[in-house]
Design a protein around this ligand. Structure first.
Ligand code: AR6
Ligand code: MG
Length: 303
C-alpha cells in the first residue's frame, strides 16, 4: 500500500522526468488521485486478503467475484485485467476468464502486484500452487503467472529470513523459476548487485514496465540493493520511473515482509489513504492473515 501510494503520482514517467520535476521522490505527492491514495494494485491485494480470510484459504471463484465487487475504475486497472474481469462478470468460470485477456493470456504484472497476502498464509509448494491459481483469474500467460509465483516466493523468503544474503536469496528464487527468461533476469539481478549501475542502466537491463518479466525481477533487485531500509528500497523502486506504483508496491511487499510495519516512515503512514478500505482496514486484514497463517502452519514454518 505504501509503495503503491508513493509511486502513484509518477506512473508512466521516465526516471529523468521524475528527477527534473521532483528531484528524488521519497515523500507522498499529489497525483491523478489525492496524496496517499492507493491504486488498483492495493485494491486487488485487498481483494486477495478479503477472500482468503472469508473462505479460510484460497477459493478462486470467490476471489474473482471479490475483485469484481471491489473494482473502482478510477484506481487505474490494466487493460488485460479489465477484460478478464468482464469475462467473470459475464459468468465465465474463474479458471477460464484470464485466458481471454490477450491471445495466450496476459503477461502483465497485475497478478504479481496483488499476491503478497498469499505469501503470508501459505509456504513452499502450497504457495507456488495458490499463487499460480490466483494468477489464472486474470493472467494465464506463463510469464505473467511465473511473475506472480516469484513475487510470492520473494515475499515468503523475506518473511522467513533473518538476514539478507543476496546470492543465497537469489539461489532460492532460481529454484522456483521455471522459464529461461526469469532465470536470466535473476542472473542479471545478481550481476547488477555487484556493480554500481546508474538508474538508466538498471532500467535498460531489468526494466520497470508493466510486464511481469520487466518488473518482478526489478522489485527483487530494489529490495536486495537496499536491504537495510524499507524506505530506501521502496524509494529506489519508484524513482526508476515507468510502472512506478507497481514496482513500488512489489518492492514494498518484499521489503515490508522483511522489516515489518514499524519500518514504515511516519510521514508515509500518516499520508496513507483512510476511509472505508484505507489503512486501518488494511491493518485489520493483516492481523487476520497473521491468525490464519498460524492456523494453517501450527508448527511455525518460519512464521
Ligand atoms: N500480448 C501483448 N501484450 C501484452 C500481453 C500479450 N499477451 N500481455 C500483456 N501485454 P495488462 P495488468 C502488455 O493489461 O497486468 C495497471 O496500472 C499490454 O501492453 O494485463 O493488470 C497496474 O497497476 C498490456 O496493456 O495489465 C499495473 O501497473 C500490458 O502488458 C499495470 O497496469 C499490461 O498487462 C499492469 O496491470
Ligand atoms: Mg496501479
Amino acid at each position: 500500500m505504501c509503495g503503491d501510494a508513493l509511486g502513484m503520482p509518477l506512473e508512466g514517467m521516465p526516471a529523468q522526468e521524475i528527477r527534473d520535476r521532483f528531484g528524488r521522490v521519497d515523500r507522498m505527492l499529489e497525483g491523478r488521485l489525492p496524496r496517499g491514495s492507493y491504486t488498483d494494485d492495493t485494491e486487488m491485494m485487498i481483494g486477495v486478503a478479503e477472500s482468503l480470510l472469508e473462505r479460510g484459504g484460497f477459493d478462486g471463484g470467490h476471489m474473482a467475484a471479490r475483485f469484481l465487487r471491489n473494482l473502482q475504475g478510477e484506481r487505474g486497472y490494466g487493460q488485460g485485467t479489465m477484460m478478464a474481469l468482464e469475462e467473470v462478470r459475464q459468468g465465465v468460470p474463474w479458471q477460464d476468464a484470464g485466458a481471454r485477456a490477450f491471445p495466450g493470456g496476459s503477461w502483465g504484472n497485475g497478478a504479481a502486484m496483488r499476491v503478497a497476502p498469499l505469501a503470508l498464509v501459505y509456504v513452499a509448494g502450497d504457495l507456488q500452487r495458490f499463487a499460480g491459481l490466483s494468477s489464472l483469474i486474470t493472467h494465464t500467460h506463463p510469464l505473467g503467472l511465473e511473475g506472480a509465483i516469484l513475487q510470492a516466493e520473494a515475499v515468503s523468503l523475506a518473511l522467513a529470513t533473518g538476514s539478507v544474503v543476496a546470492p543465497r536469496f537469489l539461489r532460492a528464487l532460481k529454484g522456483w523459476a521455471r522459464t529461461p527468461e526469469y532465470l536470466r533476469a535473476l542472473e542479471d539481478v545478481e550481476a547488477l548487485l555487484v556493480q554500481d549501475p546508474t538508474v538508466e542502466e538498471v532500467v535498460a537491463v531489468l526494466g520497470s514496465g508493466s510486464t511481469a518479466l520487466r518488473s518482478v525481477p526489478t522489485a527483487i533487485y530494489c529490495f536486495l540493493r537496499e536491504p537495510r531500509s524499507f524506505k530506501d528500497a521502496v524509494t529506489y523502486g519508484v524513482n526508476l520511473g515507468g510502472d512506478t506504483d507497481t514496482v513500488g508496491a512489489m518492492t514494498g511487499a518484499i521489503a515490508g515482509a522483511f522489516h515489518g510495519a514499524c519500518a514504515i516512515p511516519p510521514g508515509w503512514y500518516e499520508a496513507l489513504e483512510g476511509g472505508a478500505k484505507g489503512k486501518a482496514y488494511v491493518e485489520d486484514l493483516a492481523r487476520g492473515l497473521w491468525n490464519l497463517a498460524r492456523e494453517k502452519n501450527p508448527g511455525g514454518c518460519g512464521l
